[in-house]
Design a binder for this molecule. Structure first.
Ligand code: F6R
Length: 619
């Protein structure tokens, strides 16, 4: 899960590469580097040789560290860059990309894992090649050099034919000015088409400031680009005609604006992002939902006997909510599973099951591989994705885009509530085809349309949540507890806190604590309870009392005016009263804010927490 950029055009490549890397920093941020081609002229750090030369700068740390190492006026009008999230080899300057061949004329950036790198490395070492890093990636420039005889494209084809595993690569040669060769097999790669200049990157964020015309490469495709244009070929070397897509959002969508960090911005954007997810999909007259991308007609949907969701992390939590809702409202048996588990247990793919692969990035390896396994067994898999053109989106049999807009912070917030919106829409559609009456459907649709306004109201809890975060910031363990639809929200609250504040937290079904976790309760271990005014309210209140009786502090996220809950809790965070089926949208918000403010209190890097990356393209 590294990030790749490339530029070829009339401008100085360095600032464009550095800016692109900054946009991709969310993908990995332990080290970064650039290689810039110079058709003439000397530059500090350049690898000399015949013809052109490459200036290479690599540095551990974030892009800012790399930026301070790069000579201010470094010349060169084509180049590649990389931001790394270490897999093979520690975090060192030498292990940072780009990697070079022995002559220093070929530079490669790589995202993915070369699974057979040990055998390739020992083969190359026997041939006299000396390696400069511990990475799997470094075999690639040496392989390209081995096959190079004046044609970079041909050499890259030969080299990648020998790679096993996943990759997105970009390669340049000092003697082939303005040319970049890219190839993908399992890692995302997008071409940006500019006016007399071309871009290449792991995602469109890196190039949106320069062009909105993009081409998504598919697995097995190779691209050769130069300032004048690009051409793509497949594994059999046949030309592939590609469609140029238009990116629908503006560069401003990836600016922080007045917010301190992206996570805060994205939390506060949720009223609009949920609105976008619902946009034009609710049909008031027939009280149902319209989801054109499913690629299934009513007859096929009517035959669905079971819904199964696969996902990871936060997306799995959205799937857990979706599955509960489908069962209770559409009366379809449904469940959500971790993709990383499902993939290796030879799942039964029943004829009448409909599968959903939920993924914000659409690149999560666990989800993608599980999806392919189900498709191999003949199952139909729909994607619920945010990133347009992502691998899950393209390889699924249909699906629902959640339209949250770019989510930059590593911790997922607005994508989660938009994923929920997708499941609520799908549930309405399925329920209306089964037992839900027009009148009940209309009530559900109206409440769903009202969710963005309720989330807007909920965001007013900011001050109360910040105070609670301050009060409990020194606690080292938390419990997050809820029942029914609030159980996945408890899991999500615990995950958010763990990932950005590094504080240990357990999400649990509130009814389950007496079976073990209650032993953790003490005055030092706060419990965060989710207490909507639903059918399970009394049961949840009993669980709160159990914790209080054992001296555990209780923070309750409840419904405004619920004096009973407020009286039991040490801290009460009110949220607006609403149709109980919709509380997942609002009650997750104080938990997102709680994690955010706790992380701030503890001085953490909120947007880029340690050890994590935004899209996890390794297993
Ligand atoms: C949590 C988080 C991760 C992701 C998980 C799946 O805040 O960001 O748990 O939810 O890695 O990622 P996607 O949704 O891109 O498949």
């Amino acid at each position: 899960m590294c990030g790749i950029v490339g530029y070829a055009g009339p401008r100085r490549a360095t600032p464009i590469l550095l800016e692109g890397l900054k946009r991709l920093e969310y993908r990995g941020y332990d080290s970064a580097g650039i290689a810039v081609g110079q058709a003439g002229g000397e530059a500090p750090g350049s690898q000399t040789g015949r013809g052109g030369r490459l200036a290479v700068v690599k540095k551990t740390g974030k892009i800012a560290a790399l930026r301070s190492e790069v000579p201010p006026e470094l010349p060169g009008s084509w180049g590649i860059g990389h931001t790394r999230w270490a897999t093979h080899g520690g975090v060192t300057d030498a292990n940072a990309h780009p990697h070079l061949d022995a002559s220093g004329k070929i530079a490669v950036v790589h995202n993915g894992i070369v699974e057979n790198y040990r055998s390739l490395r020992s083969m190359l070492e026997k041939e006299g090649v000396r390696f400069a890093s511990e990475t799997d990636s470094e075999v690639i420039p040496h392989l390209v050099a081995k096959y190079y005889s004046g044609d970079l494209e041909a050499a890259v084809k030969e080299a990648i034919a020998r790679l096993e595993g996943t990759y997105a690569v970009a390669v340049i040669h000092a003697d082939e000015p303005g040319r970049i060769v890219g190839a993908r097999n399992g890692g995302p790669l997008v071409v940006g088409v500019g006016d007399g200049e071309m871009f290449l990157a792991s995602d469109v964020n890196a190039m949106i400031a320069h062009t909105k015309e993009v081409v998504y490469l598919s697995d097995g495709e190779l691209v050769v680009l130069d300032p004048e244009g690009f051409r793509t070929t497949d594994r059999q070397d046949r030309p592939v005609a590609k469609k140029v897509d238009q990116v629908s959002w503006e560069a401003g969508a990836i600016e922080k604006g007045d917010f301190a960090c992206y996570m805060e911005k994205e939390i506060f954007e949720q009223p609009e992002s949920i609105d976008r997810a619902l946009g034009g999909r609710l049909e008031a007259d027939s009280a149902t939902a319209k989801l054109g991308g499913l690629n299934l007609d009513r007859r096929q949907l009517r035959q669905v006997g079971r819904v199964r969701v696969i996902a990871a992390g936060t997306s799995w939590h959205a799937g857990l909510v979706g599955a509960q809702l489908l069962e209770s409202l559409a009366r379809i048996p449904a469940g959500a599973e971790l993709a990383s588990e499902l993939r290796y247990r030879n799942p039964v793919v029943e004829r009448d099951s409909l599968w959903f692969a939920v993924s914000q990035s659409g690149e999560t390896a666990d989800t993608l591989y599980a999806m392919r396994e189900i498709q191999r067994k003949g199952g139909t898999v729909l994607g619920v994705c945010n990133v347009v053109g992502s691998t899950v989106a393209r390889e699924s049999d249909g699906g629902i885009y959640v339209h949250s807009g770019p989510e930059i912070a590593v911790a997922s917030t607005k994508a989660f509530t938009s994923q929920l919106a997708a499941f609520y829409l799908f549930t309405l559609l399925m329920a209306r085809m089964r037992d839900l009456s027009q009148a009940d459907g209309a009530r559900f649709a109206e409440a769903l349309a009202g969710v963005p306004a309720k989330v807007e109201e909920t965001l007013r809890c900011r001050g109360a949540v910040q105070a609670a975060a301050k009060k409990y910031a020194r606690a080292t363990d938390f419990l997050f507890l809820g029942r029914g639809l609030m159980y996945p929200i408890a899991l999500e609250g615990a995950l958010k806190l763990k990932e950005i504040s590094y504080v240990h937290a357990e999400g649990y079904a509130a009814g389950e604590i007496k079976h073990g976790p209650i032993a953790l309760v003490s005055p030092e271990t706060p419990s965060v309870f989710l207490v909507p005014d639903d059918a399970l309210r009394e049961k949840t209140i009993s669980n709160m009392r159990e914790i209080k009786a054992r001296g555990g502090p209780v923070i309750a996220v409840g419904v405004e005016g619920d004096d009973e809950v407020a009286a039991i809790a040490d801290d009460f965070i009110p949220t607006p009263r609403m149709d109980p089926r919709f509380y997942p949208f609002t009650m997750v918000v104080p938990l997102q804010l709680f994690a955010y403010f706790t992380a701030l209190e503890l001085g953490r890097d909120v947007d880029q927490p340690r050890n994590l990356a935004k899209s996890v393209t390794v297993e």
